[in-house]
Ligand binder design. Structure first.
Ligand code: MLT
Length: 267
């Protein structure tokens, strides 16, 4: 460290662990990462923001964009005085934000974790569905998004065997604000394709995907991993879209192995 008079000090810091920024999916909040905070807290400083309009972060007026979410994450790191490169992970919409963050702040990224997500932009049909869903949310509130999305989020067996996890996610979805949900829908609708970004990614990347994901087909994640120069793909069997909650141990283990690998590369 160089102080003002150019005197150079060395120091120990108990917070010298790698920083893992975990960005939630739509329409969730940081609570979805609770298990990973517990599982990974010993080996990393885990920072999980509530994106604008979700959890405790108040909504603002539209327009929302992936760029706005990425800038908010960068501002949070600035606020926490984290200037060294961090591992940025995102699930689904969080993955869209992570890719946008990488485009905007490549030097702040030590590694990427892309979970249950895709690189392609919305098709015209998907954009139309976003508009229809946003209209329903404006009319009937956020329960409209729960009805549309919840049945697709989990592998079928989860609904039978882990009804409490499904209920936890339902409550998290219901806690979202109309402005935040509509803003995020429009941001996803307008997001640029990240396909051209993939071959330019110069950091190690972990792609995690459930083979029963009904929101983003596994083939898209496989193609995404194949297009990223230094990517490894972890497929979770019998798992749907909410990969970090459906198989939390396997998910956290994959992230822990990735962090170990990154640490070993640094040494
Ligand atoms: C999510 O899980 O974040 C969303 O379902 C992603 C999307 O709708 O594209």
């Amino acid at each position: 460290m160089n102080t003002q008079d150019e005197y150079s000090m060395t120091y120990l810091d108990s917070c010298a662990r790698p920083v893992l920024l975990l960005i939630h999916g739509f329409p969730m909040d940081s609570l979805m990462w609770q298990i990973q905070l517990e599982d990974l807290g010993d080996m990393a400083r885990v920072v999980a923001p509530d994106l604008r309009g979700f959890g405790g972060s108040p909504a603002t007026l539209s327009p929302y964009s992936m760029g706005m979410f990425a800038d908010d994450c960068a501002s949070l790191l600035d606020y926490l005085a984290i200037s060294r490169p961090v591992v940025v992970g995102g699930l689904s919409m969080g993955g869209y934000v992570a890719l946008e963050f990488y485009r905007r702040y490549p030097l702040r990224v030590a590694g990427l974790i892309l979970a249950s997500t895709r690189a392609a932009a919305d098709s015209p049909e998907a954009q139309l569905s976003r508009d229809k869903l946003a209209a329903r949310v404006r009319q009937r509130g956020v329960s409209a998004v729960v009805e549309a999305l919840l049945p697709k989020l989990f592998a079928p067996a989860m609904h039978r065997r882990h009804a409490e996890t499904v209920e936890f996610v339902r409550q998290m979805m219901l806690a979202g604000s109309v402005e935040g949900v509509v803003g995020a829908l429009m941001a996803m609708k307008e997001r640029p394709s990240s396909l051209p970004t993939l071959p330019t990614i110069a950091v190690p990347t972990l792609v995690i995907h459930g083979n029963q994901d009904a929101v983003v087909p596994l083939a898209e994640a496989q193609a995404m991993a194949a297009a990223i120069p230094d990517a490894r793909l972890k497929i979770l069997r019998g798992v749907g879209h909410m990969s970090n909650l459906e198989e939390p141990d396997a998910f956290s283990d994959a992230v822990a192995d990735f962090l170990d690998e990154l640490g070993a590369e640094e040494e």
